[in-house]
Design a protein around this ligand. Sequence first.
Ligand SMILES: [Zn+2]
Length: 138
Amino acid sequence: MTRWFPNGMPQPMANKESLPFWQAAAKHKLVVQRCNQCEHMQLPPSPICSECRCDDTHFHEVSGRGEVYTYTTVHRPIAIDQKVPFVVAVITLEGAGGVRMISNIVEIEPEELEIGMPVRVAWEDMSDDLAIPRFKRA
Ligand SMILES: [Zn+2]
């Protein structure tokens, strides 16, 4: 069942595979799933390694640094009281074997953004057990 933030945005929901990611996030640690057999790293988490198909994986903490792979600027709000414009970006995570994640770039004017810009994670605490990884200029 979806839970909602007061502004009308859906809250992230953990499942069996993603729970360790969200538990680490609550402690402001950014992790990716890493295979114990072939060392492949992946996100989002999966029951099996997408490279070798084994189910022997663990969660590996990464630095939280990365760079902007691509981005778009959103000018229409999708929730009540949402500030626009905001930036949705694909970020290549440092030391994560090429893993990219989708998030927001915060504390920047959209016209200042560039592909390849170094960024670092900026945790947004939503509650005692939920923190969302956003990114800002490194
Ligand atoms: Zn593997």
